[in-house]
Structure formats: C-alpha cells, structure tokens
Design a protein around this ligand. Structure first.
Ligand code: HPA
Length: 297
C-alpha cells in the first residue's frame, strides 16, 4: 500500500525516509493534472511534443492553438531557464492533433526526477501514442558543426537518477521496463525519410544525459566520446524512461547547438545555444512537421 514506507525499508530492518516527497503515487498527481486540463479542453491529442531550449517557437505554428500556462495546472512547473516558456499547447499539425510542452524543467533546477517527467506523463495520460522530444546538445564529433540536427538512436543516462526511483507505480507501468529500443525504430525511419525529402542533413547518434548545469570539462567530453556518445545534454533521458515505462513510443531529435568543451575552440554559453537553436528554426519546423504527420498516421 502506498501510504506505508517502501517495502525495502522493512527488509533492511531499519525505517529509512520515504523516497517520495509526497505520500501519494505519481499516478494520483497525474490524475489531478489531467482533470485540470480536461476542465479547459476536450482536445484529444495523438502525438506529444517536448520543445527544448530555444525550440519552443514551434508551438506557435500549431493550427487552432490553445495554450494553458503550466502555472494554471496542478503539479506542473515552469522552467526558470531562458528560452523555456511554460505552456501546455494544443493544436493541429496538418490533420494530426498534437499536445506540446513549450518548455520543460530540468533536474539541475532542483526539481525531483518525478517532477521533471510529470509533463511527459501528462501527455501520455491525455492519450498520445508517441512523443517526439527535442533538446539542445553539445556535439562530440569534431567533424560536426553547430546547427547540425541529430536523430537520437539511444542514450546513456548519466544523471545518476531515474523517474522510477522508489516504489513502482503499477498504474503507470512495470517495475523493470525494457529499454532495448528506447527510441522507436519506425519513428527513426520516419524522421530519416522526412529529412531526406526536405533536403535536411540528419546526423544520428547516442545522447549522453548529464545532470549539469555546468557544461562538461574537456576531460569529461573525452570520456563521453570513449563511452560511445555523439552528443551531450542535460535533459531527455528521464522523459524517455518515464514514457517507455508507460509504453509510449519515443522519438528524439537533438539540435547540436555547439561543439562540446575542448572540441569547440570557444567558450560555451547559453546565449549561443539559444541563438543556434533559433537559427535552425526553419529546418526544425519542416522536419518536426513532417515527422509529426508520420507519427500520427
Ligand atoms: N553540454 C551539455 N548540454 C548542452 C550543451 C553542451 O555542450 N549544449 C547544449 N546543451
């Protein structure tokens, strides 16, 4: 029963502090958020979208746009980071009904893993079968350039945590979810197809998700390269875990806003990250638009 301490505490013979700040399971908080959304719109989305740093403008291209500020929804938090608006947006891309997170929160802002994935889980509960996640990332391949787009084929969760920490919420998914194909094969094929038809170069690679907020040291960047990653960022991996737990298909796209520390000849700063993401807006709108239509077909 949820109101009791986690079972593990009993095995150890000691009572440890509960792992959750609240005594209700995540699914109970989700129900409250979904109820509040349903009080505002009966829109039934098929595809979800998470828009990262500097990429939020895509939401404003949705047809028949309806925006609900996170501040008007229980358990949803707005990011304090520049480039992240805080709105849950509803509208169409072509014929596909879409729900979109315009801005996300991050672990490094001090939010719990559960809070970080609450928006993604809300979209899942609103009925989407697929979520397309975007992020800004540093590139680890010296031959790549700032502004390249990378389809995520897999990830390394190096945040040291998971949204599934603590007692399993059986209403969401199994205790030990499979992650063999975290980034859906069909969605990946669809993204390649859209990019090729639109004449957009699409890189592919593994994204290392770190806690941040400091950018990596050159030594860390060399380590990540040796671990097999092509990009590094501070988001996405927890959202993917939470969505796969709920059996939602995931596709993810990184905007390589800079080459990572030590590979880049210049110092890194967030203004550059935002500026590069903004510069790629045209390609992103094209790519995301086509991708959403395929994901919702
Ligand atoms: N490192 C981590 N996160 C990032 C970077 C980076 O170089 N660029 C954009 N997000």
């Amino acid at each position: 029963m949820w109101l009791m301490f986690p079972k593990q505490a009993r095995y150890s013979g000691r009572v440890s502090a509960p792992l959750h700040s609240s005594h209700s399971p995540p699914s109970a908080r989700l129900a409250e958020t979904v109820k509040a959304v349903r009080g505002r719109t009966s829109f039934e989305p098929k595809v979800g979208l998470v828009l990262g740093s500097g990429l939020g403008a895509f939401a404003d291209t949705l047809e028949g746009l309806v925006k609900i500020p996170y501040s008007e929804l229980p358990h949803m938090h707005a990011s304090a980071v520049v480039g992240h608006a805080g709105n849950l947006c509803f509208g169409h891309v072509g014929k596909v009904p879409v729900v979109c997170m315009q801005g996300r929160i991050h672990l490094y802002e001090g939010h719990s893993p559960e809070a970080v994935v609450h928006g993604a889980r809300t979209m899942a509960r609103l009925g989407v079968g697929a979520v397309l996640i975007t992020n800004a990332a540093g590139g680890l391949e010296p031959s790549w350039e700032a502004g390249d787009l990378m389809l995520m084929t897999d990830h390394l969760n190096l945040t040291g945590t998971t949204p599934l920490l603590g007692p399993n919420d059986d209403a969401l998914g199994p205790r030990f979810p499979d992650m063999s194909t975290a980034y859906d094969l069909e969605l990946r094929a669809a993204a390649r197809d859209v990019a090729a038809k639109a004449g957009i170069t699409l890189r592919e690679g593994i994204y290392a998700g770190l806690l941040g907020p400091s950018y990596e040291t050159p030594a860390e960047v060399r380590m990540l390269g040796k671990l097999g990653a092509q990009a590094v960022g501070m988001s996405t991996v927890l959202e993917t875990i939470a969505l796969r737990h709920m059996k939602v298909r995931v596709g993810a796209l990184s905007c390589i806003t800079n080459l990572a520390a030590g590979i880049s000849k210049t110092e890194l700063d967030h203004a550059e990250v935002e500026e590069t993401a903004r510069r790629k807006r045209g390609d992103l709108v094209k790519l995301l638009g086509g991708w959403i239509e395929k994901a919702g077909a």
